[in-house]
Write a protein that binds this ligand. Structure first.
Ligand SMILES: *[C@@H]1O[C@H](CO)[C@@H](O)[C@H](O)[C@H]1NC(C)=O
Ligand SMILES: *[C@@H]1O[C@H](CO)[C@@H](O)[C@H](O)[C@H]1NC(C)=O
Length: 389
């Protein structure tokens, strides 16, 4: 359980008192421009940084009602729960006192119980993307706890994908152990996991071990043709031709690679990785947002499965990463990212929220609420909170 800040509650009370006194009996200063501007700001107040934190806390408290300590999972959803853990760790990064009452028990409980709860010992199952989502979750938990048990788990998970990298029909990594798909998600996850391990374990198990994997994955990805002429990324490769299959441009495939590329610039000093991340992010915002700047998945409003309900938050989380941590961030790009985060967080809370439950369509209104839609929307609310702190 997370509590709202008492200071915020007091601020609301004082605001209400001053408005209720001002409205029936305008004081002499009411005609004074600065005073009426102040009143208008109070009446039409835009979301402030404190609001985003409160939205996040309220949304997380709702989400915790779907958590099972015995399975370590949310709504029994496997890879989605890894993304919930990542979102919580992102929140803890900037707002530890608000997050820790939840995460101090959730992180160790999920690490201990999810493998048994999901039936996948060591977080290893039939899908390399599922595995790498968990690796990324534990890397982020390591970042905010500095507890190396989590980093060790991430490194252990990564080895399963590393052991088969390069053996897929079109190179890189298969999506699954049944070898049915070879495409964007698992290869972006591999690049980003390798890049993050490279910065956290530069010398172990040997000097440059993970950076070599990240570079290999990057070079393969650029040569694969998955990035199309619009600088957006399609879902997969045609296994007969190994050409881009021109299939759906999912929002998450525009996001996963961004933080990995930015971190490759940290470890190499080569700006080109970060520049590519900005190119992909900018193209995705142009391609996938509506006239109000709100992000949509192509399957909305009625055709998104539970996987697709998770996707948009992953993009938003990575935009927040670039906003806060990219070495290469021109002013106009930085403004674009901030506007993306705040416009989407504002729209979610104003249009797509009821009783702290957050739906699929961020323009709302929307009847679909699941742990996937909840945590996906929370990624962007947390992103706005972190970007405006
Ligand atoms: C690190 O995390 C593990 C797994 O949750 C836990 O068992 C251990 O107590 C933690 N260590 C410290 C020093 O907090
Ligand atoms: C690029 O975007 C345009 C406009 O949305 C679209 O018609 C075209 O198919 C896209 N090209 C590729 C290669 O995806």
């Amino acid at each position: 359980m997370i509590l709202s800040t008492p200071a915020r509650a007091l601020a609301i009370i004082f605001t209400l008192i001053s408005i209720s006194q001002a409205l029936p009996h305008p004081s002499p200063e009411a005609s004074n421009p600065s005073s009426s501007q102040q009143l208008s700001r109070r009446l039409n107040r835009r979301a402030t940084p404190t609001d985003y934190v409160d939205y996040a806390v309220a949304g997380i408290n709702q989400m915790q009602t779907w958590y099972s300590a015995s399975t370590g999972l949310y709504s029994n959803a496997w890879w989605n729960s890894a993304n919930v853990i990542t979102m919580l760790a992102d929140f803890q990064d900037y707002f530890p006192s608000q997050a820790e009452p939840t995460t101090n028990s959730v992180f160790p409980t999920t690490l201990a119980n999810a493998p048994g709860g999901g039936g996948f010992p060591g977080f290893i199952n039939g899908y390399y993307d599922d595995e790498l989502w968990w690796a990324l979750a534990w890397i982020k938990v390591f970042d905010v706890t500095q507890n190396s048990t989590y980093l060790d788990m991430a490194a252990s998970i990564f080895e399963d994908a590393k052991s088969v990298w390069g053996t897929a029909t079109c190179g890189g990594l298969w999506w699954d152990k049944a070898h049915t798909q070879n495409g964007a998600v698992e290869n972006e996850l591999y690049l980003t996991t390798a890049a993050k391990l490279a910065n956290r374990s530069p010398l172990t198990p040997s000097n440059g071990y993970y950076l070599a994997e990240a570079k290999k994955a990057h070079d393969w990805f650029l040569a694969s043709g998955l990035i199309n002429s619009n600088n957006t990324i399609n879902n997969g490769l045609n296994l007969q031709t190994c050409q881009n299959d021109a299939n759906v441009v999912f929002s998450y495939n525009q996001g996963i690679i961004l933080s990995g590329l930015a971190e490759m610039t940290w470890s190499t000093g080569d700006d080109s990785y970060n520049v590519l991340a900005n190119t992909i992010a900018t193209a995705a915002i142009a391609a996938l947002t509506d006239a109000n700047g709100v992000l949509h998945e192509l399957c909305e409003p009625n055709a998104c499965d539970s996987d697709e309900q998770q996707f948009k938050g992953i993009f938003g989380r990575n935009i927040q990463f670039l906003y806060s941590r990219a070495d290469v961030l021109p002013d106009d790009t930085k403004a674009l990212y901030l506007n993306f985060l705040t416009a989407n967080a504002n729209s979610i809370w104003a249009n797509d929220q009821a009783n702290n439950q957050l739906g699929l369509d961020w323009s709302g209104p929307d009847a679909t609420v699941t742990v996937e839609t909840q945590s996906s929307a929370l990624d962007v609310i947390v992103g706005a909170a972190c970007a405006t702190i």
